[in-house]
Design a protein around this ligand. Sequence first.
Ligand code: URP
Ligand code: ZN
Ligand code: ZN
Length: 462
Amino acid sequence: MSRFDTVIRGGNVVTPGGSFVGDVGIVGERIAALGAALDTTGAKVIDAEGHHVLPGVLDVHVHLELPFCGTVSSDDYRSGTRAAARGGVTTVIDFAIPSATGSLSEAADTWMKKAEGKSLIDYTFHICVTRYKEHRDQIAGMVARGFTTFKEFMIYESEGWQSDDAALFGTLELMKEHGAMLLVHAESSRVLDALIARHHTPALMKQHGAMLHAITRPNFIEAEAIQRAVQWCEATGGQLYIVHMSTAEGTDIIRAAQARGVKVLAETCAQYLVLDDSVFAEKDGHLYACCPQVKKPADIERLWRGLASGEVSVVSTDTCTFTREQKAMWEGDWTKIPMGMPGLETLLPLTYTKGVLGRRLTLEEMARKLSTNPARIMGLDDRKGAIRVGCDADIAIIHPTRTHTVDPDTMETNADWSPYEGWELAGFSRTTLSRGEVIVDDYKVVGKEGRGRWLKRTRAGA
Ligand code: URP
Ligand code: ZN
Ligand code: ZN
């Protein structure tokens, strides 16, 4: 009788306690043993010699099939999670956003339907509170249903999603009461609207084109909003998590708040670590519009430092894919560009190549930012985010140096372009396992759509 169903043999295994060269033994869906020369009798053996064996990545900020900016984002749960798997991502967390009249529960049902039968990997949702006065009494019920993270947007009035200060304050109080966490998109809407109105002239649009996206969102737009959200967090004691932080100023605010014991955490996204706003001057610069937009080289430097020193806990993608045809809706007016970019397939390759090979993060630090921290913060660490006995066997095996050229034609995403087109990146997943099942083999997706499961949670936060 074999002891293990599968043994991953001879790789550099990255665990929360450090890395070792050895084996991972899997029984059913779970990791059953770690060690040197595990018994392979009767087991399927996956050779990982000369490779890194990493915990599967959790991308805790994605938007699949999102109705937004007058269109619908073009990666759904089929293409989006295939792209994820190829990039070593084994869990995604999306945002369930209520319809104009809908409840929080209805939003969750809608997103469940998008995922069921399509998702290749495990998933859950943050629940967006878009009409606080109506939704506040529904929060307790959503926690009881297994959703422990909520989200508010400080912008997007025209989408009907915007929250004001009273909503942020009240929701943070409820987060404290229920042991839940509030995620916030922090940008200062009134000043942003004023800057957009001031620049929205035919002459300026002709002169600056897509660069107006950056010109109208100076760093203080994000910094002021983060400062305000942190203030409400400090006043209420509710757990706060700033999503897609893009500025040096924001990172400084988070560091100072954490130093005085405020319960605030921050995530950045891969695009803010590798792209700056010079992209908007390129021929197809409008393709790069996302919200918030990519910033300056000094912001990139500060965010990498924030990852290394700890004030930035997570790297995600904010995947919100629009094709060239969808992006063409802008017709020279930057306020009409569908905002968002593809990202799931390149999260691990970018963070590994620019972070680990670029000597900004160790391999173990990278695993913390992509897997262990997001799992803990989002309340999934009982089974996700680490190569540890008892955890789900969610694993990405990568070659330390072998590169692939980023080419949308050969990728799983529905995007017909990539912000990283032509880049040579190491860190694509040679083999991805999800709950013990091989879903990517030799860099190709082999797993069946619909096998992914919804993940129920009971807590969230640091
Ligand atoms: O550009 C982005 N980020 N699109 C998705 C919506 C959001 O703000 O996260
Ligand atoms: Zn956002
Ligand atoms: Zn987002």
